[in-house]
Design a protein around this ligand. Structure first.
Ligand code: FE2
Ligand code: FE2
Ligand code: FE2
Length: 409
């Protein structure tokens, strides 16, 4: 069963990251377009390979979401060993299916002369990306004053002869600069992405990567989502759900709060007291994700489960105020799991009491709550184990980040 197409995964990730910072994401798209034209010019790559490099290039500054003050966009685009290139590399290395190619992000601000000593299969592409990035940065800053000849002075230092040559040839044939200025590049990039072919395993990794992007907004997001995924999985096992249902539930739980990326960061801080108006604004995360899931053709079953996690059996939930029979089993499971996740700082007794109340009030499904309460300790310890693994991954990412940063200073 196809849950989402490869190109749609790319578009979905891009839509979501655009909500976090539009400037960084649009820059990524333009750079990916320039890179695609340069790669085509080499004659060495198949269309699907170019599409994969474009995926990586579109998100080449993803580390900046974590390491930089994005109120001053694109000021971070310069130094060798810039923090965002290190973080972006580690993020892709540990969380994506791109493996060794992730290192292209590490070296996207490394000059050609420094790359000489580096042993890395794709260092030429890292240098192409470096130029594509510089072209867009200068084009944005200089506008009409920009001219391609200005890169000549860096040949042999910042860029290789081949890199500049490729760009010049691609520009001559394809009017890259013109296409960027008039917006035509968007169509060209999207057409390139028709060639993207991910396996199911790779798609799963891509959607998990998107979920981890929620951690740029607030760290708790990743822990909460993982907790929710894990509780859903435990309930599914106890209810002996079939594989197809379990998969739908998995993806719905993974993506259920991703619309929060479209809301102001401050609202998501755990200690922040929301005003009534802000509470209403928070509810918008459902509409945000629903719109994008529909636009990118996410499987309907997954979509319907994901967007119903704040509905309640008695119709008191939102946004559609669905009642009892209007909700399916998977939606009701996610409501219990999400409800339980939201009670995280409470004690065991408090959580149990609240779940019992909400089931007695007809808000949460009785049968599902009973399953959770029957195996409460086992479920909680399984969830704790899982969160520990996520946390240690975070620590590993951060430790590696410090270590690599130290090498550059
Ligand atoms: Fe960068
Ligand atoms: Fe960049
Ligand atoms: Fe939510």
């Amino acid at each position: 069963m196809e849950y989402i197409g490869s190109k749609n995964i790319f578009m979905l990730t891009r839509d979501m990251l655009k909500l976090v910072n539009r400037k960084v994401m649009d820059h990524g798209s333009r750079v990916a377009y320039i890179l695609s034209m340069m790669l085509r010019e080499t004659g060495r790559y198949e269309e699907y390979e170019i599409a994969e490099f474009c995926y990586l290039a579109s998100f080449h500054d993803i580390g900046a979401y974590r390491t930089e003050d994005l109120t001053k966009p694109l000021q971070f685009e310069s130094r060798d060993g810039a923090p965002h290139s290190i973080y972006g590399y580690l993020f892709f290395k540990y969380l994506s299916a791109f493996g060794e190619r992730s290192k292209i992000l590490l070296y996207h601000h490394t000059s050609y002369s420094n790359l000489q000593e580096v042993d890395f299969e794709y260092k030429d592409i890292a240098n192409y990306l470096n130029l594509a990035d510089a072209v867009d940065v200068y084009l944005t800053a200089l506008r009409e004053k920009f001219h391609v000849g200005m890169f000549r002075k860096w040949v042999g230092k910042r860029f290789s002869e081949e890199t500049l040559e490729l760009f010049m040839r691609a520009e001559e044939k394809g009017q890259l600069i013109e296409n960027i200025r008039n917006g035509e590049y968007k169509k060209a990039l999207d057409e390139q992405m028709d060639y993207l072919i991910f396996t199911n395993e790779e798609k799963k990794k891509c959607l998990e990567l998107l979920m981890y992007c929620g951690g740029f907004h607030n760290v708790e997001f990743v822990i909460n989502t993982t907790t929710c995924v894990c509780i859903c999985n435990e309930i599914a096992m106890h209810m002996k759900l079939g594989e197809a249902e379990r998969e739908i539930l998995y993806y719905a739980a993974l993506l259920h709060d991703i619309g929060l990326l479209g809301l102001p960061k401050e609202l998501l801080k755990p200690q922040y007291e929301l005003s009534d108006a802000e509470k209403e604004l928070m509810k918008k995360h459902i509409a945000i994700e629903e719109r994008i899931f529909k636009l990118r053709n996410l499987n309907e079953d997954i979509l319907n489960v994901a967007i119903a996690h704040h509905e309640r059996k008695d119709g008191s939930g939102y946004p559609k105020h669905l009642k009892g029979k209007e909700q399916n089993k998977l939606q009701r499971i996610l409501q219990v799991a999400d409800g339980m996740t939201a009670k995280a700082p409470l004690t065991k007794e408090q959580v149990i009491a609240e779940l019992q109340n909400e089931s007695a009030d007809g808000k949460l499904d009785k049968e599902i709550v009973e399953i959770v309460l029957r195996d409460y300790d086992a479920i909680v310890s399984k969830v704790a184990e899982e969160s520990k693994a996520i946390l240690s991954m975070h620590t590993k990412l951060n430790t590696k980040f410090q270590k690599i940063s130290a090498q550059f200073t």
